[in-house]
Design a protein around this ligand. Structure first.
Ligand SMILES: NC(=O)c1ccc[n+]([C@@H]2O[C@H](COP(=O)([O-])OP(=O)(O)OC[C@H]3O[C@@H](n4cnc5c(N)ncnc54)[C@H](O)[C@@H]3O)[C@@H](O)[C@H]2O)c1
Length: 337
């Protein structure tokens, strides 16, 4: 089937359909909620937080009114099950997690949220007979590819995570595999690299987006790492999660998501192009992160067709334009820089 036909078909299936999204007040979540609401879905948000600032950044008040909010903790199975059952959703997008610095600061809490939380989502899905769980894994399941840093890493490459966050994500992939094997819970795990765009304001790799905010506000900024890596615009990854929730599939599979593989110098150049008056004020440490730069996502393309991939230049430009507007009308401040 032609890609365009495939997308049209998938989008038609969204209209009126209930979706249940955990961690939906976060960055990927906010874009996923926005895009689903715009496609006519009925969205239930399940999140421990109460702060809807990321949603406000990219959604209108009228769109926000269409969302059902459930305040709950992913570590509590009963809450997850009750909220999922009440939502009427058969499709679950599971994004709730603690990112790298939070797992490092409190490994025990990190394991409860990231590992037990994912068990709870799969268990709740099993109990209500959900048709699909799409969950966020991460590039962090792979260690650094020091032998050949430019090699494209396949989905089935050995998993040697270099931090606890990656170990927890690896556990989630194993948990999802066993939930399919033992109970037929269908799942797709997605492994994005580095997300950027409005709403990306926390986590190890949020600094390129913070640099965009700083530039929009006329401030200098130092990005504490460099090297090459996949940059994924938040709107695109949200659409990839949505398509993965809709596509005909049965089993438990995990897929890399590549994004635009670029050097930090290209990111800084894109910011300078969007804000020429800030030239020279955005700097970075050349040391790369211990992650593979390039993920092979050809298997995911076979499943859901060509992936949305906003160019770095366009993504940075749109992000900075939105930041400028949000700084001007008070939806955003530079407090989190
Ligand atoms: N941001 C990236 O570059 C990136 C890359 C790869 C994978 N991921 C994964 O994608 C998912 C979403 O990432 P993000 O950038 O949107 O994260 P985020 O930190 O912006 O949002 C995470 C959300 O989870 C919620 N949450 C945390 N603990 C919870 C709990 N106990 N119960 C319910 N909700 C809880 C938070 O309140 C928050 O709204 C995560 O699983 C993350 O690990 C992110």
């Amino acid at each position: 089937m032609h890609n365009q036909e495939r997308y049209t078909m998938l989008n038609k299936r969204v209209n009126g359909e209930p979706f249940f999204i955990t961690g939906a007040l976060g960055c990927i979540g906010a874009w996923t909620v926005r895009n689903l609401v715009r496609q006519g879905a009925r969205v239930t948000v399940f999140d421990l937080g109460r702060d809807v600032h990321r949603l406000r950044l990219i959604m209108t008040p009228a769109e926000l009114e269409q969302v059902a909010f459930v305040h709950g903790d992913i570590t509590d199975l009963d809450s997850v099950e009750t909220a999922l059952r009440t939502s009427g959703a058969m499709r679950v997008i599971h994004l709730a997690a603690l990112q790298v610095p939070f797992c490092r600061a409190d490994p025990s809490l990190g394991a409860r949220v990231n590992v037990v939380g994912t068990v709870n989502v799969l268990e709740a899905a099993r109990r209500i007979g959900a048709s699909r769980v799409v969950y966020a894994s991460s590039v962090a399941v792979f260690g650094s590819s020091e032998e050949d840093p430019d090699a494209s890493v396949a989905d089935h490459a050995p998993l040697v995570p270099g931090n606890l966050y990656g170990v927890y994500k690896q556990a989630n992939e194993g948990t999802a595999r066993i939930y399919w094997q033992d109970w037929g819970v269908c799942s797709i795990g997605l492994r994005p690299h580095t997300l950027y765009g409005p709403g990306r304001d926390q986590g190890l790799t949020s600094s390129p987006t913070k640099a965009m905010l700083a530039a929009a506000a006329g401030l200098p900024y130092h990005i504490p790492y460099g090297g090459r890596g996949g940059m994924q615009y938040a709107d695109d990854i949200a659409n990839i999660f949505i398509r993965s929730a809709l596509v005909d599939f049965s089993g438990a599979a995990v897929f890399n998501v590549r994004g635009s593989v670029v050097d930090m110098a290209e990111i800084v150049a894109a910011i300078e192009h969007a804000v020429p008056e800030q030239r020279g004020t955005i700097t970075y440490d050349p040391k790369p992160l211990p992650l593979p730069a390039d993920l092979d996502d050809s298997r995911l393309r076979v499943l859901i067709g060509d992936l949305p991939n906003t160019s770095l230049a366009d993504g940075v430009q749109s992000t900075i334009e939105l930041f400028r507007a949000a700084l001007a009308d008070g939806r955003l401040t530079t407090e989190r820089l």
